[in-house]
Design a protein around this ligand. Structure first.
Ligand code: PEP
Length: 245
């Protein structure tokens, strides 16, 4: 049976109080799609206010520290996100893997911390353009997933395949390439977790928009999307949600 699709927005470093009405508009319209899970991963500063503004709608963070607490200036623990009312978090986004030099082992520890705190976790992986052009994308991303996966799965783990060269560029892999990658990632999840690996949602991320969402969602083993730029406005995001319904 196909997994219920998840369409999650990643607001990155965008969003002030003035944007709460946009979040409310997205949440109100998303609630009419009962067959799609919809979430917005917001900057930490907006989470608590967004949770109050749209009770029942899934608000998430974009990163967590792997430790429960301690001397980690500027960091946010998974418990802190839960305390703020978050339902989920992204971990291992390529912008953090690159700029903060996060290793697979660190991403794995973050994913485990998020799940242990009761958060849903969207674990990101993806290849650079050099790797794609070398023909080694499946091998490299599969190894990245194997090294980043939490030791045990839970129902609320999702994986987001996000080719780095497709993020924010308007470039998207062919549906054939997306299908090949998602099939390999599914095999990896089943190897790691047995049959439970079939229930781990595999999202595609990278320049998803209204005009390409339907064909991407039709690819086998694409269980939804992680959406950056097109998640900031209801007018751009909701057609993507509708394509998943
Ligand atoms: C992202 O950064 O997670 C992302 C998918 O961005 P965009 O949709 O803007 O390519």
């Amino acid at each position: 049976m196909a997994n219920k699709k998840l369409v999650a927005g990643n607001w990155k470093m965008h969003g002030l109080s003035a944007d709460l009405p946009e979040i409310a508009a997205i949440a109100a319209a998303a609630s009419s799609y009962g067959n799609v899970d919809v979430a917005l991963c917001l900057p930490a500063t907006l989470i608590e206010r967004a949770v109050r503004a749209v009770p029942g709608f899934a608000i998430g963070g974009q990163d967590v520290h792997s430790a429960e607490k301690g001397a980690h200036t500027g960091c946010t623990s998974a418990q802190m996100l839960r305390d703020a009312g978050a339902a989920l978090t992204i971990v291992g986004h390529s912008e953090r893997r690159e700029a903060q030099h996060e290793s697979d082992a660190e991403v794995k520890a973050k994913a485990e911390a998020g799940l242990a705190a009761g958060l849903g976790v969207i674990l990101c992986i993806g290849e650079s353009l050099d790797v794609r052009e070398s023909g080694r994308a499946v091998e490299v991303v599969d190894a990245q997933l194997a090294a980043s996966l939490p030791a045990e799965t839970r129902d609320n783990l999702a994986v987001a395949y996000e080719p780095i060269w497709a993020i924010g560029t308007g470039k998207v892999p062919s549906v054939g390439d997306i299908g090949e990658m998602h099939a390999a990632l599914r095999e990896r999840l089943v190897a790691a977790y047995g049959e439970a690996g079939r229930g781990v949602r595999i999202l595609y991320g990278g320049s998803v928009k209204a005009s390409n969402a339907a064909e991407i969602f039709a690819v086998p083993d694409v269980d939804g999307a992680l959406v950056g730029g097109a998640s900031l406005k209801a007018a751009d995001f909701l057609p993507i949600v509708a394509a998943a319904a």
